[in-house]
Design a protein around this ligand. Structure first.
Ligand code: PAD
Ligand code: ZN
Ligand code: ZN
Length: 370
């Protein structure tokens, strides 16, 4: 079953260009690898960051990292999944053996491709070829394609009854936001939270804060069209920085009598990272960076902000160890412990990928089906 080369698509050849739908050869899985037929993939702002160059990756590349599919074939030595299993690829793998996987504190497996700019499988090669040219992988996942190959440590088996066009969001956006609140910040009952950015990830932070029992959740976005959904999911206040003359961190500090307990930056801008940090309580506030920091930008800040007791943290994939957590999150979804529908504004056939990105840039979030 592992023979045969599969055909596939949607290659990004350079920055700031549309995707081109191409025939791509997808080589069979090697040892400890899994070839997946992708059934649905979401589009996350992180994919767009590669298009614009804010996140630097090698080209040509097949993007996409938030998906669900079915195992088509497995390489030698694969034991955790078999052909026909429903799965979610993991952009943060869980090898189970490295220092971070063994630590109860971390989730960033050392085998992650994140930040390496390699765009290759763990063995340093690629499974994609287009027009005789090697095409790069994205974060060990590459899901804008009918077939992809991932390492066994980067795939989680999920409930065979799960609706793939919904649970694909558990592959990134939902879990990232939800986990930032529950795992990274560990929001406590009764606390006050501020969430900067109300895209799919920010809305998922709101869901996490609500489940944790936050008493007040203040949603911040420059697009007021986002407020209705934020309220539906648990925001108690919604504010638009454009409606105020003074800096938004001052507005929040005043609104909350000294600062929020937890703040989250879910945009990916250095100015909002600083604002989110500054609006948390001067003595014990915790601020979490979820938005991907733009390449080659630095933050200058007054260390007094930290000295008095604030903490500044980051969170990748919501702090979850994917192989363990993703099947459980899918089970929780099936038990209706949280919703995913409000995060999806459109569903499109995958060949409309470029239209999907246009929608993303107008504040919509969509899932491509295959
Ligand atoms: P999105 O683009 O759908 O949402 C961003 C929101 O921020 C939009 O509603 C904007 O209107 C709003 N916004 C933009 N500028 C401002 C501003 N100056 N002040 C207030 N609001 C503003 O993105 P998303 O929800 O898909 O992703 C959000 C970020 O999280 C993005 O940077 C993405 O790359 C990152 C991300 N990180 C991880 C991770 O593991 N840490 C995973 C997935 C996504
Ligand atoms: Zn993502
Ligand atoms: Zn590991």
């Amino acid at each position: 079953a592992t023979m045969g080369t599969e055909r596939s698509l949607s290659v990004l050849w350079e920055v700031n260009k549309p995707f081109s739908i191409e025939e791509v050869e997808v080589a069979p899985p090697k040892e400890h690898e899994v070839r997946i037929k992708i059934m649905a993939t979401g589009i996350c702002r992180s994919d767009d960051h590669v298009i614009t160059g804010a996140l630097v990756e090698p080209f040509p590349i097949i993007l996409g990292h938030e998906a669900a599919g079915v195992v088509e074939s497995v390489g030698q030595g694969v034991t955790s999944v078999k052909p026909g299993d429903k799965v979610v690829p993991l952009f943060v793998p869980q090898c189970g053996e490295c220092k971070n996987c063994l630590s109860s504190k971390g989730n960033l497996c050392i085998n992650t491709d994140l930040g390496t700019r390699r765009g290759l499988m763990p063995d340093g090669t690629t499974r994609f070829t287009c027009k005789g040219k090697a095409v790069h992988h994205f974060l060990g996942t590459s899901t804008f394609t009918e077939y992809t190959v991932v390492h066994e440590s980067a795939v989680a088996k999920i409930d065979s009854a799960a609706p793939l066009e919904k649970v694909c969001l558990i592959g990134c956006g939902f879990s990232t936001g939800y986990g930032a609140a529950l795992q990274t910040a560990k929001v406590e009952p009764g606390s006050t939270c501020a969430v900067f950015g109300l895209g799919g990830v920010g809305l998922s932070v709101i869901m996490g804060c609500k489940v944790a029992g936050a008493a007040r959740i203040i949603a911040v976005d420059i697009n007021s069209n986002k407020f209705a959904k934020a309220k539906e999911l648990g925001a108690t206040d919604c504010i638009n920085p454009k409606d105020f003359d003074k800096p938004i961190h001052e507005v929040l500090t005043e609104m909350t009598g000294g600062g929020v307990d937890y703040s989250f930056e879910v945009i990916g801008r250095t100015d909002t990272m600083t604002a989110a940090f500054a609006c948390c309580h001067y003595n014990y506030g915790v601020s979490v960076i979820v938005g991907v920091p733009p390449a080659a930008q630095n933050i200058t800040f007054d260390p007094m902000l930290l000295f008095t007791g604030r903490s500044w943290k980051g969170s990748v994939f919501g702090g979850w160890k994917g192989k363990d957590a993703v099947p459980k999150l899918v089970d929780d979804y099936m038990k209706k412990k949280f919703v995913l529908d409000p995060l999806i504004t459109h569903t499109l056939p995958w060949t409309k990928i470029n239209e999907g990105f246009d929608l993303l840039r107008t504040g919509k979030r969509f899932v491509l089906r295959f």
